[in-house]
Design a protein around this ligand. Structure first.
Ligand code: GAP
Length: 452
C-alpha cells in the first residue's frame, strides 16, 4: 500500500515531526526543508544502511567525508562551470521565471502572456565568498554533487590504503543546486543529500561493472522495503546523457507525483580522472576533457606486473537521500480499518529504518514505581545500541499507540500494575496489533531477536 497523494505524506510529515518547511516562521524558502525529530532518525537510518552495505559489508570500498566548499577550478575542470545549466525563460508581464521545458505554445504558464524572453543558460551552482573581503576575487562553489572531491582525493585514498583496482570510494553528504523550479516536496530541492559511490575499474571491464552495480543497487532499494513493482530501470537515451557519461541507467520510482529518478548509475569512463589529472598528455584519455594546467598530481595507477600507468574508468551509483526518504515514506504508508468505526494510519517501515525502535509506556504517569521500572527498561533496551528507544510518559495509552503506528515504531512495551506483581510487560506489535505478555527478564533478548 502507498499514500493516495503527496498531500497525505506532507501532512503526516508535519504532524509527526518528520519534515518541516525550512524558515517556516518567516514564511519559508522554496526548495528548502528541515528534518524533525523523526525525520532525522529515518534519514540517518537510511544513510547508515547504505554505508553498511557499501563500506562495512564489502572489502573493496573506502569511505570519505570531503569539504562542501570547493575551489572553482574543480568545477571548471569537471565541466560544471560551462555545462551545469538549465535554460531559463522570464515572463515580462508577470515577472515569473520558468525552465524552458515548462513553456507550452510560447505561453507563460502563470498569466498566459506571450511576452517571454529568449531562453538563456542559468548556472545551477551556488557561490560564496571566501575570506573577509567579498570583492569577487576569492570565491568557492557549494558542491552541486558530492563526487568531485572523491576524484580530487583519488591519490590520497590510494596512497593511504594501498588499494588496487577495482576499488571504490563512498561518500554521503550535502549537495546544493539553485533549482529554478523546486517542486514536489523533498523530491526536487535546492539543498539535499547524496549517497555516491565512485567505483574505479580497468577500462574494458567497465560495461560488466556497470551492469553489476545496476543490479546491486536495485536489489538494495528492494531490501529497504520498496516494492519491486514500483521500481523501473531506464536506459538513458544517448542524446540525454550527461556530458561525462558513456551509459546511464536510472532507477525510477513511482513517486506520488509520477515515475521519476531515485538513483542514477553512470559509466563515467576516464572523464573524471582525465579531467583532474596532471600531465594529461601522458595518458591516452578516451573522453573529451578540458585542458588542465592547474593539477599538481597524476591520477593514474600502475597495472599489476606492468610499468604502464593508466587512468581507471569510473562506475558511479548516485542516490538521493531525500528522494529515498520520500519513496520509503510513500511505500510504508498504510491506511487501514481497525473495525467498523475506526481506522488507523500505519507506517510499516522496515524495522532497521524505523525512527524509534521501541516505545516504553508507563500505564500511569504519576506512579513512581511504574515510571521508574519503565525508565530502567528503556535504558536497558537503549544500551543494546540498535537505535532510539523512547520513554513515552504521557499517560494515554490509546493515543500513544496511534502516534507510534504513525511514526512506524515496531514495538510498544507497556508497563502496568501487573508488572509490579509478576514482572511481565505487554508487548504490542505495530503491524498485527497483537499483544502478548513477556517477562522483563526476557525483554532484552526478545528485542535483540526482533531486530535480527
Ligand atoms: N554525481 C552524479 C549526479 O549528481 P544526478 O543525477 O544529477 O547525478 C544524483 O544526481 C541523484 O541525486 C539523483 O538521482 C537524485 O536522487 C538526487 N538529486 C539530484 N538533484 C536533486 C534535487 N534537486 N533534489 C533532490 N535530490 C536530487
Amino acid at each position: 500500500m502507498v499514500a493516495n497523494s503527496m498531500e497525505e505524506l506532507v501532512s503526516l510529515c508535519k504532524r509527526r515531526g518528520f519534515i518541516f518547511q525550512s524558515n517556516d516562521i518567516y514564511g519559508g524558502i522554496k526548495g528548502l526543508y528541515d528534518y524533525g525529530p523523526m525525520g532525522v532518525e529515518l534519514k540517518n537510518n537510511l544513510k547508515q544502511a547504505w554505508w553498511k552495505s557499501m563500506v562495512y559489508e564489502r572489502d573493496d570500498i573506502e569511505g570519505l567525508d570531503a569539504s562542501i566548499l570547493s575551489s572553482p577550478i574543480v568545477f571548471k575542470q569537471s565541466g560544471h562551470e560551462d555545462t551545469f545549466t538549465d535554460p531559463l525563460i522570464d515572463c515580462r508581464s508577470c515577472k515569473s521565471r520558468w525552465k524552458a521545458d515548462q513553456i507550452n505554445n510560447g505561453e507563460c504558464p502563470n498569466c498566459k502572456s506571450r511576452d517571454l524572453t529568449d531562453p538563456r543558460p542559468f548556472n545551477l551552482m551556488f557561490k560564496t565568498a571566501i575570506g573577509p573581503v567579498d570583492d569577487g576575487s576569492s570565491f568557492a562553489y557549494l558542491r552541486p554533487e558530492t563526487c568531485q572531491q572523491i576524484f580530487t582525493n583519488f591519490k590520497n585514498v590510494l596512497d593511504s590504503t594501498s588499494r588496487t583496482i577495482p576499488f571504490g570510494i563512498a561518500q554521503i553528504g550535502k549537495a546544493f543546486r539553485n533549482e529554478i523550479t523546486p517542486r514536489n516536496f523533498i523530491f526536487r530541492v535546492r539543498e539535499f543529500e547524496q549517497m555516491e559511490l565512485e567505483f574505479f575499474v580497468e577500462p574494458g571491464s567497465d560495461d560488466e561493472w556497470h551492469k553489476y552495480w545496476v543490479k546491486k543497487r536495485t536489489e538494495w532499494w528492494i531490501n529497504q522495503g520498496i516494492n519491486k513493482d514500483n521500481l523501473k530501470q531506464l536506459n538513458v537515451k544517448k542524446e540525454e546523457l550527461s556530458h561525462y557519461s558513456k551509459e546511464t541507467v536510472d532507477i525510477l520510482y513511482n513517486f506520488p507525483h509520477g515515475e521519476e529518478e531515485l538513483e542514477g548509475i553512470a559509466n563515467r569512463t576516464d572523464f573524471d580522472l582525465g579531467s583532474h589529472t596532471k600531465n594529461q598528455s601522458d595518458f591516452s584519455i578516451s573522453s573529451k576533457v578540458i585542458r588542465n594546467d592547474h593539477s599538481t598530481t597524476k591520477l593514474g595507477i600502475q597495472k599489476l606486473n606492468e610499468k604502464k600507468i593508466y587512468l581507471p574508468y569510473v562506475i558511479e551509483p548516485s542516490a538521493g537521500v531525500d528522494r529515498g526518504v520520500l519513496a520509503l515514506l510513500n511505500e510504508a504508508y498504510i491506511e487501514e480499518k481497525i473495525d467498523s468505526k475506526n481506522s488507523r494510519i500505519l507506517l510499516a517501515l522496515k524495522p532497521h529504518l524505523s525512527p524509534i525502535k521501541a516505545a516504553v509506556i508507563p500505564l500511569k504517569k504519576n506512579n513512581d514505581k511504574i515510571v521508574n521500572l519503565s525508565k530502567e527498561i528503556k535504558f536497558n533496551l537503549q544500551k543494546v545500541g540498535l537505535g532510539r528507544v523512547i520513554l513515552e510518559n504521557s499517560g494515554n495509552i490509546g493515543k500513544n499507540y496511534r502516534r507510534h503506528d504513525e511514526i512506524g515504531t515496531p514495538i510498544c512495551i507497556t508497563v502496568d500494575f501487573e508488572t509490579l506483581d509478576d514482572k511481565t510487560v505487554t508487548v504490542r506489535d505495530r503491524d498485527t496489533m497483537e499483544q502478548k505478555r513477556i517477562s522483563v527478564e526476557e525483554l532484552v533478548d526478545y528485542y535483540k531477536n526482533y531486530f535480527n
